[in-house]
Design a protein around this ligand. Structure first.
Ligand code: HPA
Ligand code: ZN
Length: 331
């Protein structure tokens, strides 16, 4: 099964570019920029990655981003991620970035977007960018960020919503998302990770999200499951993340198979691979092993990733052909 997963053509739809910053690169960039980290070694950093919930992770994740100052830093981080996923046979990736994490420290929007997009342009992996608003900050700050992004609109496909979910419901950002859609952006949102199923309803009804990031708590509301199923609304599930952040005790307790069996358009993604113990391939492998998935089920989940992407009909068809050809070559 591991070999099957390694060679399977894959699409990633939920990866925060700041969450791909490996400790080694964090130290290298930090040293170059004269930024002190509160850790003495890579091993010390890794030992700190012992999270109890989403907030305990976010505190460390935002700290790690402090080393990123110059265009070159954003370029290097993005290029490193693309090099990694190239080896994992990822054909297309839709990447989140958190501009407020950087503009809040005085890094200009232009600096970070230029670094990220230069790396994306140089890669032969196709990609889309999704600008995430930090939901623990105000709607006014999100609106200001959207306005800062407008000159770079052609590089950004969608807007999203991330950071601390509890007590920061999607409804807080309704106006921002209305404006973003008027400007031509698609909308996605993290919902139903730690927040309740009601936050998923809000993301769909108030923000017009066409894809739900995580969404695993939809299972608590059968009507919502039926709605997601009948409208083919994808869930970008991140299994290793969910176990690391204690949504599920162990991988064998994860509900992804239940969601899949309910007929939902479930995909597998890495979220913050440098923090959660693996990239997309490791996520596929962990789920397949813990939940005894068949090759056909793994193929179907990878196929869902193509289906749920923001690629054009023709681009999707090309990838469907490739993955179908791969499956037939294996049986
Ligand atoms: N949830 C919310 N915010 C995030 C995450 C996540 O999994 N990763 C990075 N920011
Ligand atoms: Zn996420």
């Amino acid at each position: 099964m591991d070999k099957f997963i390694e060679r399977l053509p894959k699409v990633e739809l939920h990866c925060h570019i700041e969450g791909t910053l490996e400790p080694e690169l964090m130290f290298k960039i930090g040293k170059r920029n004269g930024i002190e980290l509160p850790f003495n070694s890579v091993d010390e950093v890794k030992a700190a990655y012992d999270f109890t919930n989403l907030q305990s992770f976010l505190d460390i994740y935002y700290q790690g981003t402090n080393v990123l100052l110059h265009e070159e830093d954003f370029y290097e981080m993005t290029a490193a991620y693309l090099t990694r996923i190239k080896k994992q046979n990822v054909r297309h990736t839709e990447i989140f970035f958190d501009p407020q994490t950087h503009t809040g420290r005085g890094v200009p929007f232009e600096t970070l977007i230029k670094g990220i997009t230069r790396a994306l342009r140089e890669s032969d992996i196709s990609s889309k960018l999704i600008l995430c608003f930090l939901r623990h900050l105000s709607a006014a700050e999100a609106m200001k960020t959207l306005e800062e992004a407008l000159p770079y609109k052609k590089w950004i496909t969608a807007v999203g919503l991330d950071s601390s979910e509890k007590d920061n419901p999607p409804e807080k950002f309704k106006e921002v998302f209305d404006r973003a859609r008027e400007e031509g952006f698609l909308a996605v949102a993290h919902a139903g990770e730690e927040g309740s199923a009601d936050y998923i309803w809000q993301a769909l009804k108030l923000l017009n999200a066409c894809r739900i990031d995580h969404g695993v708590r939809c299972i608590e509301d059968p009507k919502l499951v039926q709605h997601l199923k009948s409208r083919h609304i994808p869930l970008t599930v991140c299994p290793l993340s969910n176990v690391k952040l204690c949504l599920f005790k162990e991988m064998k307790d994860h509900n992804i198979k239940e969601l899949f069996d309910a007929g939902l358009l479930v995909t597998i993604n890495s979220d913050d691979p440098a923090y959660f113990g693996g990239y997309i391939e490791e996520n596929f492998k962990a789920v397949a092993a813990a939940l005894s998935l068949t090759k056909e089920q793994i193929y179907q989940i990878a196929r869902n990733g193509i289906e749920a992407s923001f690629l054009s009909k023709d681009e999707k068809q090309e990838l469907f052909n490739e993955i179908d050809h791969y499956l037939y070559s294996q049986v």
